[in-house]
Design a protein around this ligand. Structure first.
Ligand SMILES: C[S@@+](CC[C@H](N)C(=O)[O-])C[C@H]1O[C@@H](n2cnc3c(N)ncnc32)[C@H](O)[C@@H]1O
Length: 310
């Protein structure tokens, strides 16, 4: 397929990624986050993975609250429209943290503007300070330390492979607590990251050069960095900067059983019985070496090397 010019790395690479996310505007959060009516209603295509990710974050918030309910400092790297940071702030406020400082960082200003607009109601809550700012993981990050740091859904896939160790080190230097990250795997089903894969008429993931080229149905074309991870690679990277508590696959089966509107008739839906059985299979195989790289994402649960055993 004919594509846009392909500079490999460098400053231009960030501009391409930022433009790709800015161009889709609120369609990103609609496709990725489902319902905006209720932050904790996980529905649609990503419901299974998102609810597992949220369960993990929630458990860490409860552990931090049990230790010190006075304050929580949270950093969301590559926060996009801020959905995960808003979930954290809303829940942390509900369980009674007295002071909550939440910082979201991203390179896509359009996504940051949405995050700010969607956070007004949380920003006025007692003890809450929520801030979204432009920042690049490949450059400097603000110097504050955080109790929990998130880097979710595709952010690290956009970092050039030869910079990943440096980026992980930089993240470790900003968090004195937990680090929770997800990445897209080498065996996952296709994604075009910025929008539903069904909105693309063509795409090509060049795994030799770590680039994804996409042509959307409205004629737009984009091309940006996309590095897919194996569990072993991700584990090695994380272990150099953090103490790893767990790495599991997220969504081995639900996504593969989901309807594809380009092919399946809408009435052919997965029944709730099948869905329940898929959840059991997910639990059984999510750490199995033969299956884990086939998950949609890997979920890393890690903590700062200097943090004592919880
Ligand atoms: C797939 S979105 C995920 C957004 C959010 N974490 C979520 O789960 O909804 C990936 C985000 O990473 C951001 N991103 C990519 N490279 C980045 C970098 N070098 N520094 C900061 N943000 C980056 C993009 O702009 C985009 O908002």
């Amino acid at each position: 397929m004919p594509v846009v010019a392909r500079p490999k790395f460098g400053a231009n690479a960030e501009a391409q990624i930022a433009a790709a996310y800015n161009n889709v505007g609120h369609r990103y959060s609609k496709y990725a986050d489902g319902s905006i009516r209720d932050l904790f209603l996980f529905e649609g295509r990503h419901a299974y993975g998102d609810s597992k990710t949220w369960g993990t974050i929630r458990n860490k918030l409860l552990a931090l609250h049990a230790k010190d309910p006075k304050r929580l400092r949270v950093l969301d790297l590559g926060c996009g429209p801020g959905t995960w940071l808003r979930r954290v702030v809303a829940y942390a406020h509900r369980i009674g943290f007295a002071e909550i400082t939440a910082n979201g960082v991203d390179i896509a200003d359009g996504q940051l503007n949405q995050a700010r607009a969607l956070s007004h109601r949380l920003a006025v809550l007692d003890g809450v300070r929520i801030n979204f700012s432009h920042g690049d993981l490949r450059r400097e990050l603000a110097a504050d330390e955080h109790d929990i740091c998130l880097c979710l859904y595709g952010v690290l896939n956009h970092i050039p492979e030869n910079e990943l160790s440096l980026v992980m080190n930089r993240i470790a230097s900003r968090s004195r607590g937990y680090f929770l990250a997800t990445v897209r795997t080498i065996g996952s089903t296709p994604t075009v990251y910025v929008d539903d894969v069904c909105s693309a008429v063509r795409f090509y993931q060049d795994n030799r050069n770590d680039r994804l080229d996409v042509e959307f149905s409205d004629g737009r074309r984009t091309s940006f960095q996309s590095h897919l991870f194996s569990r072993d690679e991700f584990k090695r990277l994380a272990a150099a900067s953090f103490t790893i508590e767990d790495i599991r696959g997220l969504d081995l089966f639900h996504g593969r059983f989901a309807n594809d509107p380009r092919w399946n008739p809408p009435e052919h839906q997965t029944t709730s019985r099948v869905s329940q059985e898929l959840s059991q299979l997910e639990e059984r195989y999510c750490r199995d070496p033969g299956f884990i790289d086939r998950a949609a994402h890997l979920l890393l649960v890690a903590r700062h090397k200097g943090m004592s055993q919880p």
